[in-house]
Design a binder for this molecule. Structure first.
Ligand code: CTP
Length: 409
């Protein structure tokens, strides 16, 4: 049920806009109130009058209309809702959202909101699979925009494939799921997650680093936060956005990453997903190292970096109740990971195969094994977000069990 929930429905210009009329009905049947924003292109497909009749509220479309602004400013409109729903979400409005444009009321409201946003894409199959749309959707997902659909099927343009907007019932279900009070089994728990690579300076312009994208670590931080944990994400330099709903601390080097973890104070959960550079330059140069004609290339002397996982795993009153590490292996995955769990002193190891053929680094999917004192669990290949949710779920289960029940988990 959606009793008492306020939905701001943004109707953009696509043939699927006619389904939005049905969506208003479905949402109101479930107890929600619906207020509509109609784009100029949307008005070519449905009339403001139909939306108004079905929503029993006025329809907003003009950013500069005096009555709109005097009765309700666009900022208030964007916040006076529990959820913003973009249906149909055309390629154009997704691009405008990804680009941060505010060139009409719909885009402005989407930019100004502090509420969750659900998009129901609807477009021609080639538009949906175009690299520009794929990149825009990826950007929006990383920023926390939720998506439902599109479905496969025959399109109005006589083509077949993904691009059909989800049915009103499916969209209403997705809305209900999003607005359902989330279970927060990790409420009151504090967590630190390390993510991404580290950068170890050789001189002011050169560094040692690796290919870690931070996708897995960032997803774990989000999943723990979604279950109610108070999360500090300590991230090396990555090109993905800070996840919403938690604190991100940006660092460069392993030394800085360790300091940021220790500065978090007493924590219950530590997940070390960062690909920390094992070595740093012993004496990084304060100025750019220059080539000198006729002399041999300089040699680089390396010193081991502090091991953040092993440091956090050290027994003592400050030790988090649960420390989870990752093992990136290209051979003897499980055996090496079991050994690594013991060497580092952590509780669990998430072992993943990073052979180039598997494409874990930078990729979207991950095949992992969870290694604990009680044995090895093989997980199926999952999207990194799903690995994160499953791991967060396991962590929540761990804290819900009496201390001795670990072996039975
Ligand atoms: N780790 C860390 N600090 C380091 C090195 C690693 O916290 N200085 C953590 C990583 O975040 C990860 C685990 O330790 O959780 C990985 O251990 P590591 O010994 O680096 O193993 P691999 O990267 O798997 O590689 P190798 O065994 O080849 O050293």
């Amino acid at each position: 049920m959606l009793k008492g929930k306020r939905i701001l429905l943004i109707v953009a210009g696509g043939i699927a806009a006619f389904k939005s009329l049905e969506l208003i009905r479905r949402l109101r049947e479930r107890g929600a109130s619906v207020r509509c924003v109609l784009t100029e292109a949307g008005a070519k497909f449905v009339t403001p009058l139909s939306l108004q009749a079905l929503s029993e509220d006025r329809v907003y479309s003009d950013m500069f209309s005096l009555t709109d602004e005097s009765e309700m400013g666009h900022i208030q409109l964007s916040r006076d809702a529990d959820l913003l729903v973009v249906a149909p979400a055309t390629a154009n409005i997704l691009a405008r959202m990804a680009g941060g444009l505010a060139d009409d009321l719909a885009a402005t409201v989407l930019l100004a909101t502090d509420k969750p946003v659900l998009a129901a894409p609807a477009m021609n199959v080639r538009m949906w699979t175009h690299a520009a749309t794929v990149a825009n959707v990826e950007t929006l997902k990383q920023r926390g925009i939720h998506f439902v659909g599109p479905n496969d099927g025959a399109m109005a343009c006589n083509e077949f494939g993904p691009g059909r907007m989800s049915e009103p019932e499916e969209i209403a279900d997705a809305i209900e799921e999003l607005l359902a009070p989330a279970e927060q089994p990790l409420a009151g728990k504090r967590a630190v997650v390390t993510s991404g690579p580290t950068r170890e300076a050789i001189d002011p312009v050169r560094y040692i680093s690796n290919h870690s994208s931070g996708k897995q670590g960032h997803a774990i931080a989000s999943a723990l936060a979604a279950l109610g944990a108070d999360v500090a994400l300590v991230s090396g330099p990555v090109s993905i956005a800070d996840p919403p709903g938690l604190r991100t601390v940006h660092v460069d080097s392993a030394d800085q990453m360790l300091a940021a973890c220790l500065a978090a104070g007493r924590i219950d959960i530590a997940v070390c997903a960062a690909a920390v550079a094992d070595w740093k330059a012993t004496r990084p140069s304060g100025s750019k190292i220059k080539k000198k004609a006729g002399t041999a290339p300089p040699s680089l002397e390396l010193t081991p970096n502090p091991d953040i996982l092993a440091t956090l795993s050290k027994p003592g009153p400050q030790r988090p109740a649960l420390v989870v590490g990752f093992a990136a292996e290209t051979e003897n995955l499980v055996a090496n990971a079991i050994d690594k769990r013991q060497r580092k002193g952590c509780d669990w190891i998430v072992a993943n195969d990073v052979s180039p053929a598997v494409g874990t680094f930078g990729g979207e999917r991950n095949t992992v094994h969870l290694i604990s004192a009680s044995g090895v669990e093989d997980w199926p290949t999952l999207a990194k977000g799903e690995v994160a949710m499953r791991l967060a779920g396991r962590i929540a289960l761990h804290f819900s069990l009496p201390p001795k029940a670990e072996a039975a988990e």
